[in-house]
Every structure is written in C-alpha cells, then in structure tokens.
Design a protein. Sequence first.
Length: 475
Amino acid sequence: MELLDPLLLARWQFGLTTLYHYLFVPLTLGMALVVAIFQTVWHRTGDVKWLHLTRLFGKIFLINFAMGVVTGIVQEFQFGMNWSAYSRFVGDVFGAPLAFEGLMAFFFEATFIGLWIFGWDKLPRALHLASIWMVVLGSTLSAYFILAANAFMQNPVGYQMAADGGRAELIDFGAVLTNPVVLAAFPHTIFAAWMFSAAVVIAVSAWHLSRGQHLETMRSSLRFGLWGMLVSFAGVALSGDQLSLVMVATQPMKMAAAEAMWNTACGADASFSIFSLGTPDGSEEIWSLRVPYLLSLLSTHSLDGCVEGLNDLQALYSEQFGAGVDYMPIVWVTYWSFRWMIGLGGAAALIAVAGLWVTRKKATRPVAGWMWRIAIWSAPLPLLGSLVGWVFTEMGRQPWIVFGLMLTEDGVSPNVPGWTVLISLVAFTLVYAALAVVEFGLILKAAQQGPDPLPGPDDPDPRSRAIEDTPTTVY
C-alpha cells in the first residue's frame, strides 16, 4: 500500500484512537462499582476506613472519567469524516444505539456523577449513596448500547436493505439490542473491566503496604481487590466460553483464524495450539504444541464437534459473496492476540491467587518486597488483555466493516486525501501522548497520597459516632 493511502491511514487512526480511548473505559466501568461498594460498606458499618477508601478511589475514578470523556468525543467525528461511506450505509441502524448511549445513558451517568461530587453533606446520606449506584447503572448502560452498535458490525440483525440497495434501514431495534453477539460480549466486557479495576486496587494497596503505610485500611482494600480479581476472572472465563459459541455461529472465519486452522477438523484433530510456528507467509504450520479435542470443546461443547477451516470458508464465502476477494483476516494477528488475551488475564488471576495465600491471616512469613513489586507492576495485565481482545475482535472481522454487507475498503470516505488523514493522525498521536502523561501523573499522585490517616490511639473512635455525625466533605 502507498504511504498516503487514505484507507490505510484511516484504519490506523481509528484503531489507535479507539484503543487509546479504551484505556479509560474499563477503569470507569469497574472503579465506579468499587467506589459504590466501599461507600455502601461505610454507610452500613460506620467504619471510617471505608470512607477514606471511598475518597481515595473516588478521586482516581473521577480523573479517569474526565479523560475518557475527552478522548471518546473524537470517535464520533471520525465516522463522518474518515468513514462517510460507512456512515451513510449503516447510519440508520448504527446511530440508534449510539443515540441512546449519548442522550440517555451518558447524561444519566453524568448527572449522578455531579450529584455525587457536590452532594457530600448536602444530600441525605442514603440519597447520596444511591447517586453513586446510579453512576454504576449509567456507565453500564452506556457500555451496553455501544456494544450493541458494535455487535451489528459483527452480526447484522434488525435491518432491511433500502430499495436502491445503497443503505441498511432499521426495522427492529429490539433485535439490535438483543443481538446474540452483544448478549455474550456485554458480560465479557464488564467482567474484564472489573478485573482491571481490581488490579488497580491491588496495586495501590500493595504500594502503601510495602512502605508500611495505612496498614489496616490498605489490608482491607488489598483483600477486596484480590477476591474481586478472582471473581471477575471467573466471570470473564464463563462469559468468554459463551462468546466463543456465538462467534462460531456468526463468524466462523474468526474462530478458524484464532486457531490458524486451514482445513476443517473434527474431534481430536480439532485441537488447540498453545504455541505454533509457521512458514513466513503464515500459510502452513511447521510445528505446534497442541491439546487434542480442546478447540472442538471450546467451539461446540462437544469432543467430536467439527470446526470449519480457513480454506473451506474462503471457498464458501467466494461463492456466497463473490469471488476475487480474500475473506481471511491477518491470521498471525488473530492467532496471537487471542492467546495474549487469555494469557494476560490468566496471569493476573494467578497473581491474585498467590496474593491471597501470602496475605492470609495464618501466614507465618512477612510478604517479601519482590512480591509487593509484582503486585504493583501486574496492574496493567487485565487492561492489556482487554486491548488485545479488542484487536482480535476487530481484526478478526476483516475484511468486513459490517460482516457480510460491506467491505472495509468500501466504507472509507471517497473524497478525503491521505495527507489530511496523516496530519490528523500525527496530531492525535501527539495530543494523546501528552494527555497520557497528564492522566498517569494525576492518578499516580492521588494513589501515592493514599487515604486519610485513621485516628490515633488518643483520638475518639469514629465507629462510636453516629454516621450522620461523621464529616464527609471531600471535594
């Protein structure tokens, strides 16, 4: 491809800005729940350490939320500027869930965030607590509507083609919202977001505990994060299993590419490769470490099931959609992103298991310094797993921008020269790099400041005071 090819540059720009925006999405989804749980525990028990944890992680949540809003706005403009042909083709369908997300879910979320921020000591305690739970609900609904829009690209439903054949028209919004892809992808995405938030709680707690700071408060948040990580990972695994079944039913080429399976295989031959080496062009396997039956089990929940291969599906799609097009995605990208997604999530869960063991009450040895460092530096693992998971999801759909309806090359704006896309790509990259430094610096500063210290031995125990008398103005 040419360096100034508009299609190539538009794909790079949308991919980079989307992945950058997604850096903030999981922490917004998960940290809202963490803050709500901490505030609920404080409300029920009156134990002031949970109020301090609410304040600490509430600051981290708000910093991240603000940055997520800023970077998310860019996504909307790209549809009309770089992908106008795509927008005209599916705007009637794609715009509906996005409108619900913006006009209902986001404003719902933003309104209650404002009430939560400015309502300390102004709203009744129960109503103020309800406001953060409404934030959780709003952010979760926002994620659902966006995933519903994305699911249409993976498995178009609820539409009919216009009389001229030039665009898709929405005829069943309920079908769009109950697309099998979104019903499976939504819990998978939410549980993955909870994993990352749990990892952040673990890292912040470990940083303070390794320095002997806020021991009672941070031990509680550490144990919460470790258990939250394991519960979330179990949810990711179970929902991922259901998502794989839906993927096989709606996009079998993606599953074949995830395993680099060139020819249809059944039973023991439908194996899952832990590691594989192929020819330079990626068309043949040289050596691999395989688990027999596992791919069949993942794809069909049966030991003797069959999984269609890339070559067979290419022949089928050529007959169904037209010859002369390579309907295979970039196999090495889908193959390795699928494994990195699983591996990074599994590594985070194993670290959490080890953390629960070494911090148990009956432990006879203090936690070593290198263990605390692992807990701190492992925080990005769930986020990286989510990012490569989205690379797998979107790259595995190629060459389609809407599966079975529109090729990606047909969705790019026809009259936008490559140099204009290149300028905006460079500008976004530089601005986003600066924003990343600001975001990380602000969160790091808030995390290192830690919670307010608990009362000293000569101070009155806040737990002996009525919760209405506990000072709570924090912003």
